[in-house]
Design a protein around this ligand. Structure first.
Ligand SMILES: Cc1cc2nc3c(=O)[nH]c(=O)nc-3n(C[C@H](O)[C@H](O)[C@H](O)COP(=O)(O)OP(=O)(O)OC[C@H]3O[C@@H](n4cnc5c(N)ncnc54)[C@H](O)[C@@H]3O)c2cc1C
Length: 421
């Protein structure tokens, strides 16, 4: 279990235990109901904290994509706990000190409960199982923004709801802390981060290669520092593309701080980009994020890229120094050879560094990449190497299954998803 999971699980368990212990004198139903509700409040608060993209927590969770994964499961857990809390409905009978505010808080809890079920369900089932139907990302994101408002009502509910007189305030303190921090995190995500975190860049070059656009950006102020393999959120309000989208920086850090994003037209935003963006335009970049870094791997490495998943490997290849002592073999899968981008960068890296080699697999001509073929192309046993992967999940799963069947499971497998869980 990762440290990140322990970090989010402990406060939930603590809240549940404190809730149970505090309300045990009022009967097991009341104690269980409060324990469930308390854990739900903490889980929701934590989900909002993680949604703020805390860069400090990236090493603890293993990258922003993992943070989003935990965020999603916290949201789902909070919903289940809330449903159970509602089912048990803690009752304190006449021992409660009734206030007008308490009644409003109780009603608010009921109201927000239904709205939360709808919002979490939309978030959870973004893709409708077995149908191929998908809620458009923009709509999904728009609905997701209201989570903070609903959480504010949850915090109000737990703060003002009628409880028996004289109960130990420790649980209340814990819930108020998570409530407050969660709300601050939400305000930060929605209103402050867009202003504080984004840096201004100028578009200095735009290149086209099939359906991929290479956008080179120069910093307007201080250059950003990043490690090869990291990604940024990119937006271009002047071009009518103000929604930030994640893209890997496809070049190694340069002294002038210029960075290139290689963007494949896959949906509405990315297809509009090449027609809307102009050289000299002001654009914005937030980041860098991510922990996809081959330097954390061993001395023998297989890099496997599918389609646009080549971008982190281009940055890595460009960053390879002549003194690099690792044995690295890159296999780059595309449909046709014309689709391949950055071949000059890969050729230059191979010429500069004898330990680096690469192979292009054009599936329309050569057929699908198989585990046998991968084993045959590498200069060293894959069972003794680390595998770094970026591309379609189907390719990764098929290769790993094939390698396992041949007794060549890599020592370690690291991958970057081009989609947040
Ligand atoms: C860490 C990471 C690195 C990436 N690097 C690259 C890269 O180097 N080159 C490249 O071409 N693509 C990259 N992508 C994928 C790229 O972000 C999506 O293709 C793009 O956002 C699709 O947007 P769209 O509106 O055109 O397509 P849509 O069809 O609307 O979206 C397709 C899918 O992309 C995701 N997506 C859409 N908008 C956003 C958003 N604002 N924030 C997060 N995800 C979103 C959603 O999962 C959505 O279902 C990367 C993605 C991630 C997560």
């Amino acid at each position: 279990m990762s440290l990140g999971l322990v970090l989010v699980a402990l406060p939930c368990i603590l809240a549940a235990a404190l809730g149970f212990a505090t309300y045990a004198p009022y009967g097991s139903e009341a104690a269980i109901g409060i324990a469930l509700g308390a854990a739900a409040v903490v889980a929701m608060g934590e989900a909002l904290i993680l949604a703020a993209r805390p860069r400090l927590l990236e090493p603890v969770f293993g990258g922003l994509d993992r943070i989003y994964g935990v965020h999603k499961w916290l949201g789902i857990s909070a919903l289940i706990l809330m449903i159970l809390h509602d089912l048990v409905e803690p009752e304190f009978g006449r021992r409660v000190r009734e206030t007008g505010m308490g009644e409003i808080a109780g009603d608010a809890g009921e109201l927000v409960f239904n709205a939360l079920i709808a919002l979490v369900a939309i978030s959870w089932f973004r893709r409708l199982p077995f149908t191929g139907l998908e809620i458009p990302y923009q709509l999904w994101r728009f609905s997701h923004r209201f989570m903070g408002v609903l959480f504010a009502v949850v915090v109000f509910h737990q703060f003002f709801v009628d409880v028996p007189a004289g109960v130990d305030p420790s649980l209340s303190v814990l819930l108020n802390v998570f409530g407050l921090v969660g709300l601050v995190a939400w305000v930060h995500t929605q209103f402050l981060a867009p202003r504080l975190r984004r840096r201004d860049f100028t578009v200095s070059a735009i290149g086209r290669h099939g359906d991929t656009t290479a956008v080179t950006l120069r910093p307007k102020g201080r250059a950003m520092r990043w490690r090869p393999g990291q990604f940024v959120f990119f937006s271009a309000p002047e071009a009518g593309l103000s929604e930030p989208h994640p893209f890997t920086i496809s070049n190694a850090p340069r002294p002038d701080g210029a960075l290139t994003l290689s963007i494949k037209g896959l949906g509405g935003w990315t297809r509009r980009l090449p027609g809307a963006l102009r050289e000299g335009m002001s654009v914005q970049v937030e980041g860098p994020y991510g922990r996809f870094d081959f330097r954390r791997g061993g001395t023998r490495q297989i890099w496997l890229a599918g389609g646009i998943g080549i971008t982190p490997f281009l940055a890595w290849a460009e960053s390879l120094a002549e003194t690099e002592r690792r044995d690295i073999h890159l296999v780059y899968c595309v449909r046709t050879p014309e689709e391949a981008i950055g071949l000059e960068t890969l050729q230059a890296a191979a010429a500069r560094n004898p330990g680096f080699s690469f192979e292009l697999v054009a599936t329309a001509w050569d057929g699908r990449l198989t585990a046998d073929r991968l084993i045959a192309s590498a200069r060293f046993p894959i069972g003794e190497a680390d595998l770094w992967f970026c591309g379609p999940t189907g390719l990764k799963d098929a290769i790993l299954k094939g390698l396992a069947a041949l007794g060549q499971t890599p020592r370690r497998v690291r991958f970057e998803h081009f989609e947040f869980a």
